[in-house]
Design a protein around this ligand. Structure first.
Ligand SMILES: [Zn+2]
Length: 320
């Protein structure tokens, strides 16, 4: 049986987007269609656009939010669902409570999100690539995308399951890795050491380049200041804060040595002393093999005395 999903009943209000006139709005669905292939929430919605009267479908950002919410809430296995049903007992059913919670949570979260990210369409760096209609966002108390982030985090923390945040953090981690690569490429292109002429401002306010006369050759030489590439420091911070150092990845000689020492010891089984070394194990195994040899010899001797076998061997002229 396929595990039942949360959000298994239709939503009461949905964010719609009209394709012809690009209007985005919240409304009760006019029509709910079943979409069995959408496992997390098997419904699609239609509403009439209040501006142009055309049929509008669920806005893509809202679809994505429902999916993220479905991932972040509720047990997915039948056993987990049974446990939740037992906890709640009576009404509302887990599906009903999660369904109403989706809208309630969205409502409550936008107020909380507004403290940090009030709706300012076009003003945040992420706005340029955001798929939420700016005029719709302007009517909301908080940035729609940030509200979604808050919702999914709250759900994951309520469930005490950081696994639900994996999709978000894998994207962040990929972005961080991309930034580290850009920093590296920039440093390599520029050189780790940067040289610039030494300069100062004199009393008259003129910029003076530092120069001196080489006594041996009589030539004028420019004083150069040498600096480490300014991106080296952020690079180092990125690497250490992301636990990407050689030690973190088990690539230092010390880490490898410790791992190899660990490999010589077997993991303790239940009720066994925890310090069974590989040598002890080998000795035990040799002991068992010895015992097995004795058993095999005894069995063989018994077989040789088997009257049926003896008769068979005599009939076939096989005295052995
Ligand atoms: Zn329209």
């Amino acid at each position: 049986m396929a595990p039942k999903r949360d959000l298994s009943k239709p939503l009461e209000t949905v964010s719609f987007r009209c394709n012809p006139c690009r209007h985005t709005f919240d409304a009760e669905p006019l029509r709910v269609d079943e979409e069995p292939e959408l496992e997390h929430h098997p419904f699609s919605y239609v509403a009439e656009c209040p501006l142009c009267g055309e049929e509008a479908g669920q806005a893509p950002f809202h679809k994505a939010l429902v999916k993220a919410w479905a991932n972040a809430t509720g047990p997915r296995t039948a056993a987990g669902k049974a446990a939740v049903t037992k906890n709640i007992e009576g009404h509302p059913t887990p599906e009903e409570s999660l369904r109403t919670r989706f809208n309630a949570m969205k409502h409550g979260m936008s107020a909380e999100t507004a403290q940090y990210f009030p709706s300012r369409p076009g003003k945040y760096p992420a706005c340029s690539s955001c798929d939420v209609d700016h005029s719709y966002c302007a009517q909301q108390p908080a940035c729609v995308k940030q509200t979604q982030l808050f919702m999914v985090h709250h759900a994951a923390f309520e469930q005490r399951n950081p696994k639900h945040l994996t999709p978000i953090y894998s994207s962040i981690q990929a972005s961080i890795t991309a930034i580290i690569q850009q920093i590296l490429q920039t440093i390599i292109a520029d050189g780790v050491k940067l040289e610039a002429p030494a300069w100062a401002v004199d009393r008259e306010g003129n910029v003076v380049i530092g120069e001196y006369q080489d006594i041996a050759t009589g030539q004028t030489k420019r004083i150069m200041e040498v600096k480490a590439h300014p991106l080296l420091k952020p690079l180092q911070e990125f690497l250490s804060r992301n636990n990407l150092s050689l030690a973190d990845m088990g690539m230092t000689p010390k880490a490898i040595e410790q791992e190899e020492q660990q490999m010589g010891k077997l993991q303790p089984g239940q009720g066994q002393p925890s310090t069974l070394t590989l040598e002890d194990f080998a000795a035990k195994q040799a002991e068992s093999l010895q015992a097995l040899k004795v058993l095999a010899e005894r069995a063989n001797a018994r077989k040789q005395r088997d009257p049926v076998l003896i008769e068979y061997q005599q009939q076939n002229g096989d005295g052995q």
